[in-house]
Design a protein around this ligand. Sequence first.
Ligand code: B12
Ligand code: SF4
Ligand code: SF4
Length: 290
Amino acid sequence: MKEMIKAEIFRFVSANENNFSKEIQAPFFDEPLVQFASATDELFRQYKEIIAPEHLTPQEVFDIVYPDAAIRAQTVICIVLPISEKIRQSNGSQKEWASDEWTLLRTFGDDCFIDALSDHLCHFLNDRGYKIVNPARLKVFKKYKNDRGPLSNWSQRHVAFAAGLGTFSINDGFITEKGMAIRLTLLVTDALVEPDKRETDDHTANCLFLSKGICKACFKRCPVGAITEKGHDKIVCWQRCYGEESKFRAKAIGANPEAGSGCGLCQTNIPCEFLNPMAVINKRKAGRGQ
Ligand code: B12
Ligand code: SF4
Ligand code: SF4
């Protein structure tokens, strides 16, 4: 089951026409990372304390969609989509605003291709007799604000952490083995798949600053000073990523103004852009026998 689901996701990402931008002349996303979390992982209960009480567990997602059926959620399929090199490089050379390529990715990569991938996976598993739900596309999914800034009731990075796909960083971004310049999509299913192992319980292990006190490259990349040693100012970041100027920039190049241009300057032209820098250090250490 595990290999069948993975193979279908790899096939769709490499072959589907929605993963190619004619304007950019490149794919939006490279080969994904796919791992699986158990829907009954204890972390999902803890997230109600770490994030907020309204953060959904996989079982709550199923109870909303199938209220009368008492179906057990078994697995969360977690997909990391690494942003392709051409788009990363275009944003890496920016100093103030997201590149046009990054802006097009927001609308046509995130909203069109990722939705197509999610729909495809739903059909694929439904055809084989399984239930499957993408919580981010439910009516109950919400983005809202608390005293720490914007958040959602289904935080994809926290769920991906449960699947062992990476960790958080000083700028809040999620660092995977294919770096931070990524997008995520996750689906809950009643198909039983053996969960992947988390290599670490330390939720910030992959960040050079939080693990070794070095780097700070992303601090300098942020055009509005939202990243400091104290962490990431989400309100300032949100205004830059999705404020009026961002909407205007998206509209000007034919992207969806509501999706905005994003920003992601702190995710490009930095040591953790397309790899896990702590894995590199740990590998070097192991090579020296330390
Ligand atoms: C709201 C939101 C925002 C807000 C707030 C971000 C935030 N930090 O929460 C704003 C508008 C600022 C934002 C900005 C951006 N976003 Co945004 N955003 C979201 C959204 C919709 C929800 C995030 C959420 O629920 N956060 C919940 C809160 C609680 O998370 P947090 O505060 O960071 O969590 C901290 C604590 O929980 C803590 N923690 C404390 N104790 C413990 C214990 C354990 C065990 C664990 C695991 C954690 C933990 O760790 C975290 C880090 O400090 C997600 C999509 C989704 N549904 O998940 C995308 C998402 C997070 N965004 C994404 C992206 C790409 C961006 C931008 C680059 C914009 C762009 N597209 O150009 C910027 C990057 C900003 C940055 N430096 O990370 C990607 C993430 C990519 C990545 N590598 O991390 C996501 C996952 C969208 C996607 N589908 O791919 N975003
Ligand atoms: S650029 Fe450096 S400090 Fe910033 S998140 Fe990446 S590893 Fe951490
Ligand atoms: S996404 Fe842009 S505004 Fe937000 S922290 Fe990163 S560089 Fe700063």
